[in-house]
Write a protein that binds this ligand. Structure first.
Ligand SMILES: *Cc1c(COP(=O)(O)O)cnc(C)c1O
Length: 413
């Protein structure tokens, strides 16, 4: 109500976006819908205060309740992920990863991560990112044929290059990570092992993806993907990490503040606490299970329509499609699907012969649809629509109408 009066332009754009979200199918695997409770904490008076430092060690007065909020958030994260230590202050996933690098390494030391074109994240050492510029970055790929991580190849590369730190995690990998194999490799060269579970955190805490906790030293995650909270991130240190270096928690804390950040976004930390409470609820487990069930059904339906799924399917919340047999580029498919009300993103496929701004693939997933309570039956319908749109451009208008109607049955949280 206040917004409408103060700033009608922003108010109107917000209303339009609300309508867009309501009437389209969001299949971007890194996105989700946060709950109203999460958004209430986010849009609260907690946004107004500085809280530099950590609970009981702050630089400003008036922070009694903020200490309680941050402590609650930390305790819930520890309980949910089963780790002894967590920092909940990073502004987002990229800053969390940055803090890990600066806590453990000096510039130009050697790091290793999965290359961006093979599913890795920018911050895992890609050349245009700080991680590839400030550090000496070695990148592993997936196998050209299977599109799976070839653990033998990763081991060979690691033994040859001896990186000080290995990042494991992805933004576009539809299979389960074998944390144990990575831990075996890291141990051989005495490297720090970091799991970045940004995409799969919600699956990990619900036991639908194996947890890295027993195998890695540090875990980073965003809070806004399958975990379904506000935009933000956390850094966790495991028992294993503390055993290796008892000062690891202090190093992480110092690296986040004062190393990289000033005041933490306390409204965000409160909202993260709320999302963690939601994730501790048994109903969260059924949501996470349903994400994977939905994704597997969607994959098998798309295969029936002769879509070429990388690795042949999925174990998690996302699917990568190589569209070359459909004679459409990833960009054109993205645009056409958007016209019909299906929101996906164009994506490079491993060893893509086409350039990154017009890649051969698309990436799509089920977290947001699952939050809207869609199930197997709906996935079949959506696979049908995706195929119709891709194979017959003239169907777009008709399908747009059908999807608008369909969406009415699945309200946003
Ligand atoms: C999303 C993501 C990030 C970065 O998160 P931002 O909040 O966008 O900075 C880092 N790593 C992985 C694996 C991700 O999926």
């Amino acid at each position: 109500m206040f917004l409408k009066k103060t700033d009608p332009k922003i108010f109107n754009l917000l209303k339009k976006e609300e309508e867009r979200q309501k009437t389209t199918l969001n299949m971007i695997p890194s996105e989700n819908y946060s709950s109203q409770a999460v958004r209430e904490a986010l849009g609260s008076v907690l946004t107004d205060k500085y809280a530099e430092g950590y609970p009981q060690k702050r630089y400003y007065a008036g922070l009694k309740y903020y200490d309680e909020i941050e402590n609650l958030c930390r305790e819930r994260a520890k309980k949910l992920f089963k780790v002894p230590y967590v920092n909940v202050q990073p502004y987002s996933g990229s800053s969390a990863n940055q803090a890990v690098y600066f806590a453990l390494l000096r510039p130009y030391e050697k790091i290793m991560g999965m290359g961006l074109p093979y599913g890795g994240h920018l911050t895992h050492g890609w050349k245009v990112n700080f991680s590839g510029k400030i550090f000496n970055s070695i990148q592993y790929k997936v196998d050209e044929k299977t599109k799976l991580i070839d653990y033998k190849e990763v081991e060979k590369l690691a033994l040859k290059e001896k990186p000080r730190l290995i990042f494991v995690g992805a933004t576009a990998y539809p299979r389960i990570f074998d944390w144990e194999k990575f831990s075996y490799i890291a141990k051989k060269i005495n490297a720090y092992l970091v799991a970045d579970i940004s995409h799969i955190a919600g699956l990990v805490v619900s036991n639908v993806h194996p947890s890295p906790v027993p195998f890695v030293d540090i875990i980073t995650t965003t809070t806004h993907k399958t975990l379904r909270g506000p935009r933000g991130a956390m850094i966790m240190v495991t028992e294993k990490g503390i055993k290796k270096d008892k000062d690891l928690p202090q190093k992480i804390d110092k690296s986040v503040f004062p190393g990289l950040q000033g005041g933490p976004h306390m409204n965000n930390i409160a909202a993260i606490a709320v999302c963690l409470k939601e994730a501790l609820n048994p109903s969260f487990k059924s949501y996470a299970k349903q994400i994977v069930k939905n994704c597997k059904i969607l994959a098998s339906e798309l295969k029936k329509y002769n879509f070429n799924l990388l690795t042949g399917g999925t174990d998690n919340h996302l699917i990568l499609i190589d569209l070359r047999n459909k004679n459409i580029s990833g960009k054109d498919a993205q645009n056409l699907l958007e016209e019909a009300g299906i929101i996906v993103n164009k994506n490079e496929i491993p060893y893509d012969p086409n350039p990154p701004f017009n890649p051969s693939g698309i990436r799509l997933g089920t977290p947001a649809l699952t939050t809207r309570k869609m199930k197997e039956k709906e996935m079949k319908k959506i696979a049908f629509w995706v195929n119709e749109v891709i194979s017959n451009k003239k169907s777009v208008k008709k399908i747009r109408k059908e999807i608008k109607n369909f969406c009415k049955k699945f309200p946003l949280p």
